[in-house]
Design a protein around this ligand. Structure first.
Ligand code: MLT
Length: 260
């Protein structure tokens, strides 16, 4: 794990291997650690770039952020790594929202997209309000309340209790400032549905068959809207497909990258 000062913030990032850059963008309220189960399976697929987003893992938190900031952080990180080649951007859930923003703002830096367990639509007024309330609560009571609220929804019903407990703890340890900033940023994110038809890079959509946070139907709609996209539905996985079914997730991504 190295530290990079980019875009006014200190970001932690793991970098492994050589070749085509593959940028892994984690979900909320997680960290680059969520990609660990698949990294050994991807080690010969390219240069694996696995940051902790601002406010998560070992990266610095800022009291406020927009989705654009997370995307610009990643562009600055690629530049700091001396990376001039366009990257395969793999984003899970909030990481997918950031991947959309990255594609909009840094189109020349995107070779392909992998949109995992995510959605294109923005928040409804009701969900935005709930996020803002959660942000206030997290700042007062800590991130444990988010971990407790999310852990059962993250995984398919059959997931091991030990795995759920491990992730509940990771979420509870997230920085309340970083979590609150991301909640606010997500509450006002762009609805990317009108922009999907304009995605011209190869796109793979992956979703766990039992994902209850971003259900399969939303992935099917993205698949229909993004020209030439592929859709992979991973059996026996909820919202955390790379953690729950690393072999199947890695196989889908490897096949996709191999065909680029
Ligand atoms: C995530 O996994 O990143 C979150 O569930 C996304 C969200 O809350 O919309």
């Amino acid at each position: 794990m190295h530290t990079y000062h980019v875009n006014g913030v200190r970001l932690a990032c793991e970098v492994q291997g050589d070749g085509r850059p593959i940028l892994y963008v984690h979900g909320f309220p997680l960290s680059g650690r969520m990609w660990h189960p698949i990294l050994p399976l991807m080690s010969d697929a390219g240069k694996l770039i696995v940051p902790d987003l601002r406010g998560f893992g070992a990266s610095e938190a800022t009291a406020d952020a927009e989705m654009a900031d997370y995307a610009d952080d990643l562009a600055a990180l690629l530049a700091a790594l001396g990376e001039k080649r366009p990257a395969v951007v793999v984003g899970l859930s909030m990481g997918g929202y950031i991947a959309f923003e990255f594609h909009r703002r840094h189109r020349g830096s995107v070779a392909a997209l992998v949109l995992a367990d995510t959605r294109a639509e923005g928040d409804t007024a009701e969900s935005a309000k709930a996020r803002l309330e959660s942000a206030e609560k997290v700042l007062m009571e800590g991130s444990r309340i988010i971990g407790d609220a999310m852990v059962e929804k993250l995984f398919a019903p059959a997931a091991a209790a030990r795995t759920k407990e491990e992730w509940r703890t990771i979420m509870a340890e997230a920085s309340p400032i970083g979590v609150a900033a991301a909640l606010r940023a997500m509450s006002r994110r762009t609805d990317f549905r009108p922009l999907l038809a304009d995605i011209r890079v190869p796109t793979l959509i992956v979703v766990g068959a039992a994902d209850s946070i971003t259900p399969v139907d939303g992935s099917r709609r993205m698949h229909e809207a993004i020209p030439g996209s592929r859709l992979e539905i991973i059996p026996d996985a909820g919202h955390m497909t790379p953690v729950e079914q690393p072999q199947a997730f890695a196989r889908a991504v490897r096949e996709f990258i191999g065909a680029l």
